[in-house]
Each structure stands twice: as structure tokens, then as C-alpha cells.
Design a protein around this ligand. Structure first.
Ligand code: BGC
Length: 745
């Protein structure tokens, strides 16, 4: 098949039009192909000095030098060497006549087209596509064509399994090799097999591959450090097409007992199916996913393509079939934040999955269930009761935030990071995610078997975390970090206290529901976690009497106690156009200034929307907006949502645009370390909950659209209590089919 014919409509393509070595790590992130089980960065087939290749299996963590765990960079199968008449195709040499790569978001494939002239004048055309199968999650495929345009002779192609891989992360000097070789086999006609094992966690990864070409060839196998490579050599005639295929399969010891047998059986099966069938199946699964997940925006091509790009990566990042993994802050796309899982999941990404793929949403919440024991341990270590979910979570749920990572190896400078100790709102965020999922799905089975236990254990945490202040007659929560991480060790963060109160109240509601509808579940659960009746009374007392700093005269919530007394600093207009960079001298005393890193009180007003009237929302937006630097990619979409709600339409749209293109424009300069998955989820919410104005109100799904000026129409689907609902929004009206259980404002 001519690879070019595979290219779909332009509006579904993200392209790289020329070879710029410095840009490669950025494109590697944009072009990552993943299926929630494994993520493969979009590296070139050919060696490049600037490349940062990466293959990450969800849940395969290993220990690092500074004793914290990270997602380990596994053996790679992407590399391919083409040698034509003794000259290797090398983009640093010769001349590149044509170079283009395309991510086809509709089909989930990456296409590469290259024409290259060697130093001796031989022109080789190379075209390939690759996929990481969305249905057969243990399979990847690379198919390509090589054309010797103006010469005949001998070509060899070499490709195999390369276990000589490192984690480089953000600190290059801390480069780590996580895998050691345990087995490699030449299986002759059946390809090759490589097995490696992580040093500390002892997880084995098995990979098998088979390389073929459509003409008779001589096959050799080469061994190099931690590598095994198949080499096919064949005669070529000028102008003819030579087609190659590489099937790859993989398993880890997280999945099965005998990974070798599983990997090899899988390889046999996929080869038997053939590349055409595999491709068709893959494309058709993508088609099905897009059927429900696509958001059509009429009148704004930039927003349309960018939002699709974000949706594409969200689809790729979750695995509905694995309840023991979640989506890392940077996806399976790079090593930023070491592959750790944050509140980004429950607050920013989860709604996308709840409404487009509830099974995936449930799996993400199950990850919290399976890490509940880790969370219990965190609480115990810190002197609290119940469950304290980790600010940065990995495989076990035990706190994984580095406390004192080395920031500068030459000076040995260490910076104390307090988020793992103090950013405790994560506990209530997890509970919030559970309630959101339940409200939208009515999944009683999940609630009774798993969700309730999390709700109760998190409520228990807050009850033990809050202190009664006898002087004021309120419960206080001191020494925390709210979403605005510029301020540490703060007392009574509005966000934290409101969310903790919500957590306690929801737990009490859940108890009531269990008592009346599921008495057996209630008595079993009560026994399991040794819950006393007196605790329930205490929860109510804390919830009813939690302190919230608020200025009645202005209607503005004080982000935390004492915030209004800080040095008041606002961001000037010119800075607001672009990212605001906090000047160094200010950075040193940022804790003493009113600058806010990211949506905090404003986020609260979105999450607990019904607890604030429009006037209060506007007062808080007007106050906080000029003080917010949007130093986190999670911030702008939330300002877009509240901005749209209170009528600051143009700014809402501008904030949305910046957020929705965070990775496509490399707005933050660190896309090379992986996608900003939370930001991507937040942009979906900005479109659906901000501009289409969707929200759950008194148990019903409601719409109150405020489309940006440019947008003529939006069309999308959402799942609501096991039904798929089609939504069409124009400036004049909202149409939903079927219409029952929904009303529009
Ligand atoms: C943000 C956090 C976020 C983390 C990972 C930080 O910069 O302040 O809110 O969870 O990045 O995305």
C-alpha cells in the first residue's frame, strides 16, 4: 500500500514539515503513540543526537538515585537503520530533499515521508507508518516502503529491540538505566525476543519482534550491549518499491506469569492476522472512540484542531482495562514529573472520561481504591486517621513527592519541596472525583463496593486533620498548601477547607444512602474499617463548623488567612498577553506577595459552582484575575470557564486558546518532557462546561451556553446515566436528544 494514500483529511493531521534537530524532543511528545498500556515517543526511526526516545509501560516504576520512584524507560523498538550501497541513511549527512511527518489523529497513526540524497548522490525514498494498537494493547506495528530512486545495488535494513535505554528526565546528569538484561533469543524465522528486568522493583518486560521484507533477503542477527537486532539484506533495482514490516509484541510481569509465552504467542497471532487487518482494526477502534469523544466546533479551525489534538492524547492515555494504573501528569509521553499521578486526574481529566468513556473513568478511580492502603499508611505516618492520598502517587500510593531533589549537581544545591507534606487537598479531590463519577453514572455497584470506602476513609482523614480552635469556636486546618503553590505553610486555605467540608458531607450522605438502600453493605463496611457511630457525629460537627476566611464587605474569599495582608502585587497588562514570568527578586519572597500561581479560589467556584452566586463569582474573579500568573498549565481553562460564566467573554476565549494550544505551541517550553495531560482535560471542560455551559444541577444535566463570538455551533456527545446524549449548541439554542432527564436554562 502506498503510505501516502493513508493520509487522511488535513484537518485531522498534525504535521512536522522539516527536519530541525533541536525541535525533535518537542515533536517526540506531540507524536507519541499510546494506548494507556504503553506509550512510545514519536522518535525518528533514524539515529539522531538530539532525540529523547522513550517507551513507557503504565505502572512499570523503578527506584531512582534519590530514592523516589519513576516510570522506567523500557526497551525501544523504534530504531531502524537503512544502509544502501554501504551508505547509511543519516539525516546529519547528505541532503534532505523532502522530510515530512504527520500524526493522523483520526486513525491514530504516525506517518513519515523522507527523500534523502547520500554524499555520493544516491537518492532513497523512505515512507513509513507506525501504530500502537488501541485494541490489541500488546501490539505495535511499523510498515514502510523504501525506493532506491536512482541506483541499483544492495540495501540492508536493521531493526530490533534495544534495551540500552535511560531515563533522563529533567535533570540530565541524573540519567538512570533501570533495566538489566535477563534474556535474548534469536528465534530464526519467528523473529527475536528480549527480556529485561527493573533493578529495584523487579518487573520484567518481554518484547518480541519480527522484521520482514517483500523480496528474498539474507537474514542476520546482531548482538550489541543490551540489544538484539535483525538485519535483512537484499538486492534492489532502481525505481522499484521494497516493502518492509515490523511486528512487535510485549508483556510485563505486571500482566501475566509467563511473559515470554504470552509475548511470543501474541506475535504469532498478530503476524497471522497481517498488517492490513491490524491497521483496519486499529482505525475502526479509533473511529468508535471519536464517535463519542469528538467535539465539533464550527467557525474556529484553530480551536477545533487544537481541542481534537488534546482529546486524541486523552484517549491514548487511559487504559479502561487496567485498574491499577492512572494517567500521569505528563501522560505516557515523557519523563516530566517522573510519571507520577497528581490531582490532575480527578479534577482536570476525569470529567472527560466520565462523559465519554465511563469505563476508563471507573478504572482511574479504581486506581485510588487499589492505592488506598498506601494512603492509609501516609495518614498513619503523619499522625492522622483514615486515608491520605499522596500528592504525587506512583505504584503503591505511598507519598512519592521528592522532598529534597537535587536541582544543581555542581553546587549540590537542594530545594525543600513541601507539596508532599502539605498539599493535602488531594484527599478531598479524590473524593470529589468519586462523587462526580457517581452523579453522572449512578454506578451503585462501584459506590457500594469501592467508592464508599474511599469516601469514608477520606472523611475520617479530615476529621482527624482539623483542629478545634476554642477561641474562635471553629475547626481550622493549618499548615497546608492550596492549589496556589506560591504560598506554603498557610492556615485555612479556602479551597482546602471548602473541599474538606464537601468530602465530610458527601461521606455522611453516602452513609445515609447505604443505611437505607444497602444495609448489608453498610454493616460490612462499618466493620471492615472499624467505624464508630461517634465518628459520624464528629464529621458533622467539623463540616458544620469549619472556618472559611471571607470578606463580607467585598464578597471576596481570602485565599487563606492573612493573604489580604500580603504585599499586593498585580500583573501589568502587557504581561497578561503572554506568560508572566515572576522576576527573580520577587520569586524569593513570593510567599509574602499576593501573586497567585494558578486558579485556586476561582477553581473552587467552578467545582462547587452551586455554592456561590454569580455576584460572588464576579467579585472573586475580578479580584484574583489580575493577580494570577497562570504559572501552571492547569489555570487558564478554569479562568475561561468562570470568565464565560460572569461575562468576560473575550478574555475567557483568549485564556482557552492559550490553554488549548499549550503543547502544540510549546507555550511553557517544556512539552519535550511530555504532554500537559491535566491541561488537556481542562480544555475539554472549558469547551463543554465553560462555553456549552454544561453542569449537573440538582441531579440533572443542564446547559447554559455562552459560545465565543467566533463559534457558530458546537456538537458533541456525552454519556449520562448509561445513555449517550447528542448535544447541539448554537448561540440561539441548545438541542439535546434524547431529551429526558435534561433541561436547558
Ligand atoms: C501544579 C500542580 C500540578 C502539577 C502537575 C504543578 O506545577 O502547580 O497543580 O498538579 O504541576 O501537573
Amino acid at each position: 500500500m502506498a503510505i501516502e494514500n493513508l493520509l487522511g483529511e488535513k484537518k485531522w493531521l498534525i504535521s512536522e514539515e522539516s527536519y530541525k534537530p533541536d525541535k525533535l524532543p518537542f515533536y517526540e511528545t506531540l507524536f507519541t503513540l499510546a494506548n494507556g498500556y504503553v506509550g512510545v515517543r514519536g522518535s525518528l526511526e533514524f539515529v539522531s543526537q538530539t532525540s529523547c526516545p522513550g517507551t513507557y509501560f503504565a505502572g512499570v516504576f523503578d527506584a531512582t538515585l534519590d530514592a523516589f520512584t519513576e516510570l522506567a524507560n523500557a526497551p525501544s523498538w523504534i530504531g531502524l537503520k537503512v544502509v544502501a550501497n554501504a551508505e547509511e541513511v543519516d539525516l546529519e549527512k547528505g541532503e534532505i530533499l523532502d522530510y515530512r511527518r504527520f500524526l493522523d489523529m483520526k486513525k491514530g497513526i504516525l506517518i513519515h515521508m523522507l527523500r534523502w540524497k547520500s554524499e555520493s548522490g544516491n537518492i532513497t525514498r523512505f515512507e513509513s507508518y507506525r501504530l500502537v494498537h488501541l485494541l490489541h494493547k500488546h501490539t505495535s506495528l511499523i510498515v514502510g516502503t523504501i525506493v532506491p530512486e536512482n541506483y541499483s545495488g544492495t540495501i540492508s535494513i536493521e531493526s530490533g529491540l534495544n534495551g540500552y535505554t535511560f531515563n533522563t528526565g529533567s535533570v540530565k546528569q541524573l540519567k538512570i538505566k533501570h533495566f538489566k538484561l535477563t534474556e535474548r533469543i534469536d528465534r530464526k524465522n519467528d523473529g527475536i525476543y528480549l527480556e529485561m528486568k527493573t533493578h529495584a522493583t523487579g518487573i520484567s518486560v518481554g518484547e518480541a519482534s519480527k522484521l520482514t521484507v517483500n523480496v528474498p533477503s539474507q537474514r542476520d542477527v546482531r548482538y550489541d550491549i543490551d540489544r538484539i537486532t535483525e538485519v535483512l539484506t537484499f538486492q534492489v533495482e532502481k525505481g522499484k518499491n521494497y516493502e518492509f514490516e515490523k511486528f512487535v509484541t510485549f508483556y510485563t510481569s505486571r500482566d501475566v506469569g509467563n511473559i515470554k509465552a504470552a509475548t511470543l504467542t501474541e506475535l504469532k497471532k498478530r503476524i497471522r492476522q497481517g498488517s492490513e487487518t491490524l491497521l483496519q482494526e486499529h482505525v475502526s477502534v479509533w473511529r468508535d472512540r471519536w464517535k463519542i469523544a469528538d467535539v465539533k466546533i464550527y467557525g474556529d479551525e484553530v480551536a477545533q484542531k487544537s481541542l481534537r489534538f488534546n482529546i486524541f492524547h486523552l484517549i491514548q492515555s487511559a487504559n479502561p482495562n487496567d485498574e491499577k494504573v492512572s494517567v500521569a501528569a505528563r501522560g505516557l509521553h515523557g519523563e516530566g514529573y517522573r510519571g507520577h499521578i497528581f490531582w490532575d486526574v480527578e479534577i482536570y481529566m476525569l470529567p472527560f472520561y466520565i462523559y465519554t468513556d465511563p469505563k476508563a473513568a471507573r478504572s482511574l478511580l479504581m486506581y485510588r481504591y487499589y492505592t488506598l492502603n498506601g494512603a492509609r499508611k501516609n495518614a498513619r505516618i503523619n499522625g492522622y486517621r483514615g486515608a491520605q492520598f499522596a500528592w504525587e502517587s506512583a505504584d503503591t500510593g505511598v507519598e512519592a513527592t521528592p522532598r529534597e531533589p537535587l536541582v544543581d549537581l555542581s553546587t549540590g544545591e537542594r530545594v525543600r519541596i513541601w507539596t508532599g507534606d502539605e498539599e493535602q487537598h488531594i484527599v478531598a479531590d479524590v473524593a470529589f472525583g468519586i462523587c462526580h463519577y457517581y452523579d453522572a453514572t449512578g454506578d451503585d455497584e462501584f459506590l457500594t463496593k469501592y467508592g464508599a470506602e474511599i469516601l469514608l476513609e477520606t472523611a475520617r482523614f479530615w476529621a482527624s486533620r482539623a483542629d478545634f480552635d476554642p477561641q474562635r469556636g471553629f475547626y481550622v486546618i493549618n499548615k497546608v498548601i492550596g492549589p496556589d503553590e506560591y504560598h506554603v505553610h498557610v492556615n485555612n486555605s479556602v479551597f482546602t477547607n471548602f473541599m474538606a467540608r464537601r468530602n465530610l458531607k458527601k461521606a455522611l450522605e453516602c452513609v445515609k444512602k447505604l443505611k437505607t438502600s444497602y444495609p448489608d453493605v453498610w454493616s460490612r463496611l462499618k466493620q471492615k474499617i472499624a467505624l464508630e457511630d461517634s465518628e459520624l457525629k464528629e464529621w458533622k460537627k467539623v463540616a458544620d463548623n469549619i472556618y472559611v476566611p471571607y470578606d463580607e464587605s467585598t464578597g471576596v474569599y481570602e485565599e487563606f488567612e492573612g493573604y489580604f495582608k500580603l504585599e499586593d502585587i498585580m500583573i501589568g497588562e502587557p504581561h497578561k498577553q503572554n506568560a508572566y514570568v515572576v522576576p527573580i527578586e520577587l520569586l524569593e519572597r513570593i510567599n509574602e506577595a499576593t501573586l497567585v500561581k494558578q486558579a485556586d479560589v476561582i477553581l473552587l467556584q467552578f467545582l462547587l459552582s452551586d455554592e456561590f452566586d454569580k455576584r460572588t463569582k464576579k467579585a472573586n474573579y475580578d479580584y484574583y484575575e489580575p493577580r494570577t500568573t497562570h504559572d501552571s498549565s492547569l489555570s487558564r481553562s478554569i479562568y475561561a470557564i468562570i470568565g464565560a460564566e460572569i461575562g468576560d467573554h473575550e478574555k475567557a476565549y483568549q485564556n482557552f486558546l492559550k490553554a488549548v494550544r499549550v503543547d502544540l505551541d510549546d507555550n511553557r517550553g517544556d512539552t519535550r518532557l511530555g504532554i500537559h495531560a491535566g491541561c488537556m482535560g481542562a480544555t475539554w471542560q472549558a469547551a463543554i462546561m465553560g462555553f456549552a455551559g454544561m453542569k449537573i444541577h440538582k441531579g440533572k444535566l443542564t446547559f447554559n451556553p455562552r459560545l465565543p463570538q467566533k463559534w457558530k455551533k458546537m456538537e458533541f456527545k456525552v454519556n449520562w446515566h448509561r445513555k449517550t446524549i447528542n448535544v447541539t449548541v448554537t448561540k440561539e439554542k441548545v438541542q439535546v436528544t434524547p431529551a429526558n432527564s435534561i433541561f436547558t436554562i
